[in-house]
Design a protein around this ligand. Structure first.
Ligand code: FAD
Length: 361
């Protein structure tokens, strides 16, 4: 059983004995909802904000899902009686109008609710046969836009492991790595997003929202027991956070596998240029063998891996993204969730990696 709904899983979490430690923030108490309105300064292309986060602020984000004049709005202000405003259509219109310089015409309040950020996460992402993911496992400040992507990453991390265990291709202990890999990442994400929320509330600045760490491209699980890296240097002195800004000069097992464009497909048939991302899929591993020549790759392919494609990296994009020297032999196993599972030297090491995942190799 998987669960990805925050409210329903309140009950499920309790029944499982999973905790949901954290806090509810009263200092970011807002009224939010969908509204239809028009005004001369309000185009439906831009996200409009009036005021600052240290005082009163309103936000109007266009959404044509409701209607052409539809907006997703929120109102925030320490001096506002948010609870009272949320109960009254008239007060909502009045507050919005008071913050916008030009005249606006209200057409409809579609729905409205009060909202306080909950900053919480479970102590474990699974119990027995039940797995929690997305908002059911972690909730956080909306100030950094990390919620949806984190939930999707949970699902990708869990999906391929569940499939292998269900097909009896992997031992059920593989499922334990869902919690061990995701827990530190979500814990670090909560720290990052809470610090951005604190800064927004304290200074009114939204500068932290542009932090490139929020692109999520540097998130890693170097520490995982099911990744294998024979090139990485010992971990001593390395930063321990799993939430990092992408560093293109460093790549190891547990990192997100990068893309590379313009790869010439020369075997089994010639075709157009390909990208690595066009090869990666969530239902299989992809093994990349970087070899100085096809002859160098042959022994590895004969012993460990079925060869599906030969690609020529004419412009060096893959060599550059995967930090491989032109005369170097380096093998990467890319997991179904797009994480680099292994960076190794030869066929025995490839088997060593896959023996961490599968029953039989
Ligand atoms: C105001 C606001 C702004 C946000 N902005 C962003 C943003 O900019 N970027 C971002 O990444 N994230 C944002 N988020 C967070 C993001 O929306 C959530 O993290 C994400 O939707 C969580 O997805 P989920 O699948 O875990 O849960 P949900 O999206 O809540 O999905 C759970 C589903 O389960 C259904 N369900 C509930 N009970 C049952 C039941 N008993 N049986 C069957 N189905 C049930 C629900 O109807 C729902 O469809 C925002 C959230 C809010 C509230």
């Amino acid at each position: 059983m998987n669960d990805v709904d925050g409210n329903f899983t309140g009950t499920v979490r309790k029944q499982l004995g999973l905790t949901f430690q954290g806090e509810t923030r009263e200092d970011f108490y807002i009224v939010t909802g969908d509204i239809r309105l028009t005004g001369p300064c309000l185009d439906g292309v831009h996200w409009h904000r009036f005021g600052t986060f240290s005082g009163r602020v309103i936000s109007l984000r266009p959404t044509d899902e409701i209607a052409e004049d539809g907006w997703q709005f929120f109102i925030l202000g320490p001096d506002l009686d948010i609870g009272k405003i949320a109960q009254s259509e008239e007060l909502i219109f009045e507050t919005l109008a008071s913050m916008i310089d030009t005249e606006i015409t209200f057409h409809e309040l579609v729905w409205v609710t009060e909202y306080r950020p909950n900053l919480r996460m479970v102590n474990k992402f699974s119990k027995g046969r039940v797995f929690v993911a997305g908002d059911a496992a972690h909730v956080h400040s909306p100030t950094s836009g990390q919620g949806l992507n984190s939930g999707v990453q949970d699902a990708f991390n869990l999906g391929w492991k569940l499939a292998l265990v269900e097909k009896r291709l992997a031992h059920k202990s593989l499922l334990e790595t869902y919690s061990t890999e995701r827990f530190p990442v979500i814990s670090d994400m909560l720290e990052v997003t809470t610090s951005i929320l604190n800064n927004a509330v304290k200074t009114g600045s939204t500068a932290g929202w542009a932090n490139t760490i929020l692109f999520m491209l540097g998130i890693h699980c170097h520490f995982s027991s099911i990744v294998l890296d024979e090139f990485a240097t010992p971990t001593e002195g390395k930063p321990t956070s799993t939430y990092m800004v992408l560093d293109e000069t460093h790549l190891e097992a547990g990192d997100r596998a990068p893309d590379a464009p313009k790869l010439l497909h020369v075997y089994p048939r010639k075709s157009d240029m390909m990208t690595l991302f066009s090869l990666y899929r969530p239902w299989y591993h992809t093994v990349l063998v970087f070899a100085p020549s096809p002859a160098d790759a042959t022994p590895i392919l004969a012993r460990a891996i079925r060869q599906d494609l030969v690609l020529v990296d004419q412009e060096g994009h893959a060599y550059s993204a995967y930090l491989v020297e032109s005369n170097q032999m380096k093998i990467f196993a890319i997991r179904p969730d797009g994480v680099i599972g292994a960076v190794v030297h030869g066929s025995e090491d490839v088997k060593k990696y896959f023996s961490k995942i599968f029953w039989e190799v």
